[in-house]
Design a protein around this ligand. Structure first.
Ligand SMILES: C[S@@+](CC[C@H](N)C(=O)[O-])C[C@H]1O[C@@H](n2cnc3c(N)ncnc32)[C@H](O)[C@@H]1O
Length: 229
């Protein structure tokens, strides 16, 4: 082989190595993009579920059981009009209430759950009688609602008592799932165990608030309420 041929061959060989390197770095770039993109997507999906746990009051997404939903509907069977589920999760209470004739709304911090709720309401054919709001419950006003449902945690219930006492009309009913309000006196309860719901009449708790009835007196009065049924 002449020196010229040798030179040309070595050039070709060097070009092959360079092309190989270019391919590898291109593949590396794609792999980095895919991994980076997946991590960003994972964070975007997971963050709204984790965020409630990092707030002052930790209220995680724990959906109501079917028995709990039935107890809410049973407790409100004689009622109609507007209903709100505070922290509406995947929208199951709002959708069930809309199927029973309520104009039902949900307030929920997690946008994924709100979009999923809207999709479920559309699938269930109740999108016209439901609305879902991406909103912090502490920043929303519940004044327009005559039926209020809350599946909260004990740490938030005394603060929520004050908020609802000052916002709701006297004609409103409030249903607390799993955890009762600390000082309000329930008019009745529905269900048993973790599926228990407590029903409160706004006229009663607003009167007690305005009369400044001592908290201890109210707690004493909370002896076993009657069943709603
Ligand atoms: C215990 S789950 C109840 C879900 C639904 N109400 C049910 O019974 O199936 C509480 C919900 O409140 C939401 N949440 C937590 N903090 C909130 C806030 N500050 N404002 C609005 N929603 C909140 C959570 O994302 C979660 O979906």
């Amino acid at each position: 082989m002449s020196q010229e041929e040798l030179f040309e061959n070595s050039g070709q060989c060097g070009g092959g190595v360079n092309a190989d390197k270019r391919n590898k770095s291109f593949l590396g770039l794609i792999a980095t993009g895919v991994v980076g993109g997946s991590l960003v997507a994972l964070y975007a999906v997971a963050a709204p579920f984790v965020a409630p746990a990092l707030r002052k009051v930790c209220l995680p997404f724990v959906p109501a059981t079917p028995a709990q939903v039935q107890n809410v509907l049973q407790a409100l069977r004689a009622r109609s009009g507007t209903l709100v589920d505070i922290g509406s999760g995947d929208g199951r209470i709002v959708i069930a209430a809309a199927k029973h004739g309520f104009q039902a709304s949900g307030f929920e911090l997690n946008p994924w759950l709100v979009w999923y709720s809207r999709y479920k309401a559309w699938r269930a054919g109740v999108h016209r009688s439901t609305s879902f709001h991406i909103s912090d419950l502490w920043k929303a006003s519940f004044a327009p609602y005559s039926n209020v449902v809350i599946f909260g945690v004990p740490q938030m219930m005394d603060q929520l008592e004050l908020k609802l006492s000052s916002e709701l009309p006297v004609t409103a009913k409030v249903v607390a799932c799993r955890f009762p309000f600390p000082t309000w006196i329930p008019e009745c309860t529905e269900g048993e165990g973790i599926d228990t719901v407590w029903v409160y009449d706004a006229r009663t708790f607003k009167t007690n608030l305005h009369q400044g009835v001592a908290r201890n007196t109210l707690i004493e009065k909370q002896n076993k309420p009657d069943s709603c049924s």
